[in-house]
Design a protein around this ligand. Structure first.
Ligand SMILES: Cc1ncc(COP(=O)(O)O)c(C=O)c1O
Length: 390
């Protein structure tokens, strides 16, 4: 930045900074406790104890038993294990039901299974961004092995009616997988309340480290491992445990559990203030999703009329935000979730996702709104090239 100040970070759905409490929990492991949890000597026992304590902390946040937590190398791996693992464990059933708005970490494993001979049905979303449960009911049948659904959407923040879908799935004997990578730490996530069998979580979305996550596996759920090896994690995820990462994930879960309600209220207030400020400065600003849908308290997905979101962000270097999933930023195609909601490509390309977090202050929100409104006015006053849609 020309004035030396760091840009205002409004991209917490892409990833979050490590919480100081998380770093403090990890440092002793990285500095001193190098033992392999499988070793029987004192170093190994210390490491195994740290992993066991961490398992309890993660279980506490999602309301499961410690032995239902399987640590993985992140959210993508948890989704792959869930989807491909259930498909392998249920050879008698060949149908997968998912949604049209999944993160690639779910969409791609489903597409892989499709190429390998499974049939995959994708539930459409309504203009408000929520899945159509009537359509889902019509897709489910006695051949459905698995239903895989995102809990809260990474782009729009819209929370899906997972409990309703899970009830339908159970009537057909299907296993229910929920991708809670974005919701954990932002809203309550409970294995029983979601009526799920499998839940994916990712450390770096809740102020924990990157490259560590977990799959919550309800006792009795049919699941085959993707990897074979030393038998760690009850054989479901072999390989020497990432002890520091696991301890960091657990510290992040403990912090999230402690602050969930207060931080949710604070962020909801800031998010609504940001929307009000933007709407006041930008006539025609559109909010993606319906008025009545439930949203993550930290996420604002808005359409700036007549501009590309990417051009707008390029003109506001003081703000770090995103126009689409961080996984495919840089492409000028509208996020698939917006197209699925029936938003025209020209309009969808004006979308910016502003995702707030622990470090977001009221002052930062005011500055961000001012800078975005100013950049929008500047761009609007200049003739722009025709919108190119690729
Ligand atoms: C909804 C959702 N699921 C899964 C993932 C993948 O998690 P990870 O980056 O830990 O592999 C992400 C990350 O962007 C996500 O937003």
């Amino acid at each position: 930045m020309p004035n030396g100040e760091a840009p205002i970070y409004l991209d917490h759905n892409a990833t979050t900074p490590l919480a100081p409490e998380v770093l403090a929990a990890m440092l002793p492991i990285l500095r001193r406790h190098h033992g392999n949890p499988s070793s029987s000597h004192v170093y190994g026992r210390q490491a195994a104890a740290a992993v066991a304590t961490a398992r309890e902390s993660v279980a506490g946040l999602v309301g499961c038993r410690p032995d239902e937590v399987v640590f993985t190398g992140g959210g993508s791996e948890a989704n792959n294990l869930a989807i491909r693992g259930v498909a392998a464990a249920r050879p008698d059933r060949s149908h997968i039901v998912t949604t049209a708005i999944e993160h690639p970490a779910t969409a791609e494993p489903c597409a892989l299974l499709e190429r390998q001979g499974h049939s995959v049905s994708r539930i459409a979303v309504r203009p408000d961004g929520t899945i159509d449960l009537a359509a889902a009911a019509a897709m489910l049948d006695d051949d459905t092995a698995l239903v895989s659904v995102i809990h809260a959407h990474n782009e729009t923040g819209i929370v899906q009616p997972v409990g309703g879908l899970a009830a339908l799935a159970r009537q057909r004997g299907a296993v229910v997988h929920v991708d809670a990578a974005q919701s954990l730490g932002k809203i309550p996530v409970s294995l029983d309340e979601l009526a799920a069998d499998l839940i994916s979580i990712a450390g770096h979305k809740l102020y924990g480290p990157k490259g560590v996550g977990a799959l919550i596996v309800r006792r009795g759920t049919p699941l085959e491992p993707l990897l074979v090896g030393g038998g760690q994690e009850r054989g479901l995820r072999p390989g020497t445990e990432n002890v520091a990462g696991i301890v960091g994930l657990a510290a992040a879960c403990a912090l999230a559990g402690r602050d969930l309600a207060d931080e949710g209220r604070r962020l909801r207030g800031l998010r609504d203030d940001l929307l009000a400020r933007l709407a006041a400065g930008i006539p025609g600003l559109g909010l993606n999703g319906g008025d009545l849908v439930e949203r993550l308290p930290n996420t604002l997905s808005v359409r700036f009329p007549g501009v590309h979101g990417s051009d707008l962000l390029a003109a506001t270097p003081g703000i770090a935000a995103s126009t689409g999933s961080a996984c495919h930023a840089g492409h000028d195609t509208p996020p698939a979730v917006l197209t699925a909601m029936g938003i025209a490509a020209d309009d969808a390309l004006g979308t910016v996702r502003l995702s707030l977090g622990r470090d977001t202050t009221a002052a930062a929100v005011a500055v961000a709104a001012e800078q975005l409104a100013a950049a929008w006015s500047n761009r609007r006053s200049r003739p722009t090239a025709a919108v190119q849609i690729r």
